[in-house]
Design a binder for this molecule. Structure first.
Ligand SMILES: Cc1cc2nc3c(=O)[nH]c(=O)nc-3n(C[C@H](O)[C@H](O)[C@H](O)COP(=O)(O)OP(=O)(O)OC[C@H]3O[C@@H](n4cnc5c(N)ncnc54)[C@H](O)[C@@H]3O)c2cc1C
Length: 457
């Protein structure tokens, strides 16, 4: 790095947030010298695709790359891979790095971005370090799982956690011919949705042979000839492998040790420009707190889409711009075998906690005109504020052909614009019988919400 430059941009983390920031800086400031450091050797890989690599649907892990290292360096971004940032000195504006071989060096910066992402949560379960027990977060995790499966040909797996990663892995392992038992502590899987919709995902899992155990916590994993997974009611599941998918927590050790403030969800505290409280240091992605557009406060809501946007905002501001992250609505979708579950905004209880007067109304309706072959039922739950009529959130479960994720995106766009539920009916949405109805299911759900609210008045 050339110390005579005054635009030395250093980015710690080469995934969604870090690379988005680097690309934006490059677009805006041709004089900037941009260096991106990563502790692993896999810059800009889609870790969201790991379950599909492990299922075999994506044949080669190299296909998961968003951009290759060559494509990144061709943009004038300097990549320093297999270098772990071990400390930041904000006063001297230097970061110490340890290379894979053990050598430590210090690199100076004018502006720094911390984009260190998240780590898998290790729940309080004894025996998590037993051979055959895995987490899934990094490329290296997926290689370890793949090696294990190729070598040992496991027949039975226990997946701990019924969130979206646990569900995707239940799907992936089943596709590999492995008998899967999924254990979830909550009363229903996929707690980001109401239990009525979670139950549909559970039914989908069970229909393909996944055993689903809810309302029980795994306490201990022991290993004799085989793995034994013990839950809190004394039952034991035998397994050849265990996948722990108990959520993610922000990777903040580096920031904490540099005295950078911590905020919501124990994530790095940033404002909406993605600046930390330390001058010259920004942060973005799964390691930071996220502005919630509806709640109008920071929460911890780690998602790939958010990391890309926050990285871009941080990059623009590091390059001298003035922009703000516009906020997340927690919009997400997951495919589980032939079903898709999606959500955006607030659920009933979240809305009540935030001081709204929520009303949630369910609707089951065909995804397109029933006379055209292949119609599937869409289950929609729409939440609005009873008194103002404002849309607050929506949830949906349907067949993978039912455009569930794009339909939830209509709700997300409406939420972004603080629309009334009534206004959804005025939207000029497309219609052709094989794909929709003159009133799209989104609009039918809006009407159902209004009908229900009127009945209550
Ligand atoms: C299995 C799986 C499936 C997912 N599916 C989805 C999905 O479908 N949709 C969705 O929106 N999101 C999904 N996510 C979440 C999404 O992948 C993350 O939100 C996103 O990767 C966050 O990007 P990031 O850049 O903040 O951090 P990360 O992707 O966590 O990357 C962190 C980077 O920091 C580097 N790093 C960390 N510490 C150091 C250090 N000390 N020194 C140097 N480098 C360091 C790492 O090497 C890495 O390059 C999924 C996640 C997983 C694990």
């Amino acid at each position: 790095m050339n110390p005579s430059l005054t635009h030395r941009m250093l980015i710690i983390g080469a995934s969604d947030a870090g690379i988005s920031a680097a690309l934006r800086i490059r677009e805006l400031d041709p004089r900037a010298e941009v260096t991106v450091v990563a502790k692993d050797a896999y810059p800009n890989f889609s870790i969201c695709g790991l379950p599909f690599y492990l299922s075999g649907e994506v044949a080669d892990w190299r296909e998961l790359v968003h951009r290759t290292a060559e494509e990144i360096t061709e943009k004038g971004i300097h990549l320093l891979l297999a270098h772990e940032a071990i400390s930041i000195d904000p006063e001297a504006k230097q970061v110490s790095m340890r290379a894979a071989g053990g050598d430590v060096r210090r690199i100076g910066y004018d502006k720094l971005l911390i984009a260190t992402g998240a780590e898998s949560i290790k729940p309080p379960v004894e025996g998590l370090d037993s051979p055959g027990v895995f987490f899934l977060r990094w490329m290296a995790d997926s290689f370890a799982i793949k090696r294990f499966m190729d070598k040992n040909q496991p027949k039975r797996a226990v997946v701990i956690g019924g969130g979206y990663i646990g569900l995707e892995m239940a799907d992936a392992l089943t596709r590999k011919g492995i008998a899967v038992t999924l254990v979830e502590f909550a009363p229903e899987v996929l707690t980001t949705l109401d239990p009525e919709l979670g139950a549909l995902i559970r039914a989908e899992l069970e229909s393909v042979g996944v055993r689903v155990i809810t309302g029980k916590a795994v306490q201990r994993i022991s290993r004799d000839n085989e793995l034994q997974v013990h839950n809190n009611t004394g039952e034991t599941e035998a397994a050849d492998m265990v996948l722990v998918a108990a959520g993610a927590r922000p990777a903040t050790d580096l920031a904490r040790s540099a005295g950078i403030g911590i905020g919501a969800g124990n994530a790095i505290s940033v404002d909406r420009t993605m600046a930390t409280q330390k001058p010259g240091i920004w942060s973005a992605g799964d390691c930071v707190q996220t502005w919630h557009r509806l709640l109008e406060r920071h929460v911890y809501l780690p998602l790939g889409t958010t990391a890309h946007k926050q990285g871009r905002v941080a990059g623009e501001n590091m390059a001298g711009g003035k922009c703000e992250f516009q906020g997340s609505l927690g919009t997400q979708a997951v495919k589980v075998f032939d079903r898709v579950a999606a959500r955006t905004g607030l659920k009933d209880q979240d809305a009540a906690d935030a001081g709204f007067d929520p009303l949630t109304v369910p609707l089951v309706t065909p995804d397109h005109k029933a006379y055209y072959p292949g119609a599937e039922q869409l289950h929609i739950r729409i939440t609005g504020d009873r008194s103002s009529g404002r849309l607050l959130g929506a949830q949906m479960v349907g067949h993978r052909t039912s455009e569930v994720s794009k339909r939830i995106d209509i709700f997300a766009a409406a939420l972004y614009n603080k629309m009334q539920i009534r206004e959804l009916c005025d939207l000029d949405l497309s219609y052709t019988p094989p794909l929709s109805s003159p009133w799209d299911p989104v609009q039918a759900a809006a009407m159902a919400w209004y009908g229900s609210r009127e009945k209550q008045h």
